[in-house]
Design a protein around this ligand. Structure first.
Ligand code: MUC
Ligand code: MG
Length: 367
């Protein structure tokens, strides 16, 4: 069970349809595939999606920090020494996606070694999650058409709508069109990626108060401390902290400070080890949880459903698991499929996936 090497492989797969939101846009999935090898010949895999506009990471930076700092720190450790590993990685500030991918690849390798699914190792609560689809910026009619297509093709009935544009009416018109076009049976919530001020957010939420929203997420910056507290105190739906509350300490600070009343867990930034800590904290604080998406590919989405299925709290709400549908291709031998609005974990050991060598050869950027 000893780790013998850590590979970091850059790859790039274009999106058929780019995702646009208040803090940025993604046209090509320039991710890093991480493979952890052990002395038993086992290989664990995960992917790191660098998001410079959220965490400051880049593909080149993820490669460099893994090769120069993280790989030497974990080689020689047993797959069972995950706390030692987490402590060593924590000596380096930041780099959440790079750390998370190593952590998840280690859990995958452990599952494969023990012939157990990662979900069983983590908590084993269920084997599936309902799927929430994220709708990026576009014209109201195009966003309604996309949601209708997702409902028809994949049975998805929960939608997260990207907001945060100016004037505010651009986005409130979209949400109204979605409610009118899709009816009362779908779940709708909004995510501003810090695009609005607190007062713009309050105005928008008032304008949408008859639309039956489930949540509001990160509408304005958490750094606008008093403004955000003022906003959250007047909302009658849970306010999700996403990029403002990554670590357990962030969650504690934001929630106790009145700046959030629910949280997003993203394994792409906290891996499985730290996502467990955030989950346990959320349970203790009585917070609602949504499993979020870092605009992941299929491997990352599978990591999200593997973690989300492990606990009652993380599997209760629909998880954001469908961004991979917008990619032109992917790396897995068996593509993920969403049926009846649900995504299930894989039956095999670990994460239960295999990387297609031909696809990796086609999309890797280091050869
Ligand atoms: C989200 O929930 O915010 C957009 C930026 C990012 O870091 O994640 C996505 C989705
Ligand atoms: Mg968000």
């Amino acid at each position: 069970m000893k780790i013998t090497s850590v590979e970091a492989i850059p790859f790039a797969i274009p999106y058929r349809k780019p995702l646009k939101f208040a803090s940025g846009e993604v046209h090509v999935a320039e991710h890093v595939l991480v493979r952890v090898h052990t002395d038993d010949g086992v290989v664990g895999v995960a992917e790191a999606p660098p998001r410079p506009f959220t965490y400051g990471e880049t593909q080149a930076g993820v490669l460099a920090v893994i090769e120069k700092i993280f790989a030497p720190q974990v080689v020689g450790l047993s797959l069972l020494e995950r706390e030692t590993m987490a402590t060593r990685l924590a000596r380096t500030v930041g780099n959440p996606a790079a750390k998370a991918a190593i952590d998840m690849a280690v859990w995958d390798a452990l599952g494969r070694t023990l012939d157990v699914q990662v979900t069983e190792l983590l908590g084993g609560y269920t084997d599936r999650m309902r799927v929430s689809h994220m709708l990026g910026f576009d014209e109201p009619a195009a966003m309604v058409a996309e949601a209708e297509r997702m409902r028809e093709r994949h049975g998805i009935t929960t939608f997260k709508v990207k907001v945060g544009r100016r004037p505010v009416g651009l986005d409130t018109a979209v949400v109204r069109a979605l409610r009118e076009g899709l009816g009362d049976d779908v779940e709708l919530y909004v995510d501003g990626n810090r695009g609005w001020t607190a007062s713009e957010s309050a105005m928008a939420m008032k304008e949408m108060s008859d639309l039956g929203l489930l949540f509001a997420e990160e509408l304005c910056p958490a750094d606008d401390v008093l403004g955000r507290r003022w906003l959250v105190s007047q909302l009658d739906v849970p306010f999700i902290a996403d990029e403002s509350a990554v670590t357990p300490a962030d969650v504690t600070r934001e929630v106790l400070g009145g700046s959030a009343t629910a949280i997003s867990i993203k394994v792409a930034r906290t891996g499985f080890t730290h996502s467990q800590r955030v989950h346990h904290l959320a349970e203790g604080l009585g917070l609602e949880v949504v499993m979020g998406n870092q605009i992941d590919g299929q491997l990352g989405s599978l990591c999200t459903v593997a973690f989300g299925s492990s606990y009652q709290l993380t599997s209760r709400r629909a998880g954001e698991l469908s961004n991979f549908l917008d990619m032109s291709d992917d790396l897995l031998t068996e593509p993920l499929e969403i049926h009846d609005g649900e995504l299930t974990i894989r039956p095999g050991a670990g994460l239960g996936v295999e990387i297609d060598p031909d696809k990796l050869a086609r999309y890797r950027q280091d050869t």
